[in-house]
Design a protein around this ligand. Structure first.
Ligand code: SAH
Ligand code: SF4
Ligand code: F3S
Length: 465
């Protein structure tokens, strides 16, 4: 399932937009939609398309589910905790639907591609009217129309790896934009659900991506984040001769003052060609998010990551030859089935050798249908938690030291929003580190020179220079 690449034609998207106009005429004006997004940036990008369609259907936006005529929950399936949270929040909508029986409830995103979840929702969550997998997002208007006209529930699991151009986007942030370059994943890491929910890798055509980047720059966006589950395999499914590194170079060549960010890079496909592009392209961030997952070769093999710790460390050394002060971040899973104390010590050794700027740590979560779910998992949650806590403690000390080294330096920072603290704005360095800086709101959307004066584990603080 999910193997076949299907390109949705522009005519098919036109039809969906016609349906949007019909819904707009049918249901009248002054209706509100709430879109609630969980999970990764890919889902954030998808939510912009959901909002784009909803806007074309005549819906305004709200963040209050009591006001909403339609609630769209864009879900994530990557860990059990995320799923429980979503199910809890769907359950809570029983109250809003009781108040407003015409309210339409839509569940999409990765959970909507999981058979067991779809069955659960069908059976136990009668308030949900429509559910569709990420591959079916392009026909959201048509599915919604069936619900409205037929007054019946619709469930669409999807089956093909679709690629669609021309779905409208509604971006709400005027500074930072997500730009999806590909969808899906071919890697089948044994713990991971994503290949089952997003189907196989398919790249958008380079000319579509570059045209969209150009449009974003002309609209004044200052940060473009290129998205894919494994951007380093961009283009492998197309016969276009454009690699991800080339794509960065092509976007870098667009006139304008903006920064290019990207995620995620799989170590098995990271190349010197990419490092050279990162070094050469003035607009490209000097930051690589390179998920390690584990430092134990035995566990990496069981995870089907297709690299070992030596190859990973070799990549890091090579990257630092190209860009000595590159910012490196990573993801690590603690407590993969069968991970022993020795395996964990191997991870600690890599972490202390690489000295990441920041790390996202997860305790292994069993995902039904993945190969790891059938593996022997003899260690207790408490044992895993001890490893987890130790890893975080060591990493926090490293992060703090690394941040400390910024003090006294002046960084070029893209100011992107307001902090919770009054009179303080937030921004990111070219390496992607978070900076807080007291400044006037008029600076939002501009690059500024910031002298770093203070820091903690997670962020830098500075003053305008
Ligand atoms: N495509 C990206 C990862 C997407 S998921 C990559 O390959 O790096 C984001 C992170 O969630 C992963 O890097 C991994 O660390 C974590 N993750 C994925 N599945 C998980 C699971 N079953 N349990 C715990 N963490 C998981
Ligand atoms: Fe999941 Fe691995 Fe694909 Fe990342 S590369 S999305 S961890 S299967
Ligand atoms: Fe979650 Fe799907 Fe992204 S499972 S992490 S929303 S690809």
């Amino acid at each position: 399932m999910g193997n076949r690449r299907i390109e949705i034609s522009s005519g098919q998207i036109e039809e969906q937009l016609d349906i949007c106009a019909q819904i707009r005429a049918m249901a009248g004006e002054k209706r509100l939609a709430m879109v609630d997004t969980y999970g990764c940036q890919q889902n954030e990008a998808d939510s912009e398309q959901l909002r784009g369609y909803l806007f074309a259907m005549g819906y305004g936006q709200t963040s209050d589910e009591n006001q909403a005529d339609i609630v769209v929950i864009n879900t994530c399936a990557v860990r059990e905790h995320a799923e429980m949270r979503v199910l809890g929040n769907i359950g809570a909508l029983t109250h809003t639907k009781k108040e407003n029986p015409d309210q339409i409830i839509v569940v999409c995103g990765c959970m909507a591609a999981e058979k067991n979840i779809v069955e659960k929702i069908k059976k136990s969550y009668g308030i949900v009217d429509l559910m569709f997998a990420p591959s079916e997002l392009w026909r959201f208007p048509e599915l919604l129309k069936t619900v409205i006209e037929g007054k019946r529930r619709v469930f669409e699991l999807g089956g093909d790896a679709t690629v669609a151009e021309g779905i409208p986007h509604l971006r709400t942030d005027g500074v930072k934009a997500w730009l999806s370059v590909m969808n899906g994943c071919n890697n089948f890491c044994t713990y991971c659900i994503v290949p089952y929910t997003r189907f196989r890798e398919r790249s958008r055509r380079p000319e579509s991506i570059i045209a969209e980047a150009r449009e974003l720059v002309s609209q004044g966006y200052r940060e473009i984040t290129l998205l894919g589950q494994n951007v380093n395999s961009y283009g492998n499914d197309l016969d276009c001769g454009v690699s991800f590194a080339q794509l960065i170079r092509d976007i870098d060549a667009i006139d304008g003052d903006f920064v290019i960010r990207f995620m995620t890079s799989h170590p098995k496909d990271a190349t010197e060609e990419l490092f050279a592009a990162m070094r050469d392209c003035k607009k490209c961030e000097k930051h690589l998010h390179l998920p390690l997952q584990s430092g134990s070769d035995r566990i990496l093999k069981a995870m089907n990551r297709r690299y070992d710790s030596a190859k990973y460390l070799g990549l890091v050394d090579k990257l630092r030859e190209y860009i000595p002060d590159v910012v490196l971040t990573t993801d690590i899973i603690v407590g993969f089935p069968g991970e022993t104390d020795e395996d964990f010590e191997d991870t600690m050794r890599v972490v202390e050798r690489v000295r990441y700027d920041a790390m996202f740590t997860f305790i292994y979560s069993k995902r039904a249908g993945t190969p790891a779910a059938a593996m022997d998992d003899p260690f207790t949650r408490e044992e895993k938690q001890l490893h987890f806590d130790r890893l975080i403690e060591v990493q926090n000390a490293i992060s703090e030291e690394k941040h400390g080294a910024y003090i006294g330096k002046t960084e070029r920072v893209l100011i992107d929003g307001r902090d919770r603290e009054k009179g303080v704005l937030t921004g990111r360095t070219i390496g992607g580190r978070l900076v807080r800086v007291p400044a006037d709101d008029s600076l939002i959307g501009h690059f500024a020179g910031v002298e770093i004066t203070d820091c903690n584990t997670w962020a830098l603080r500075g003053k305008l220079v």
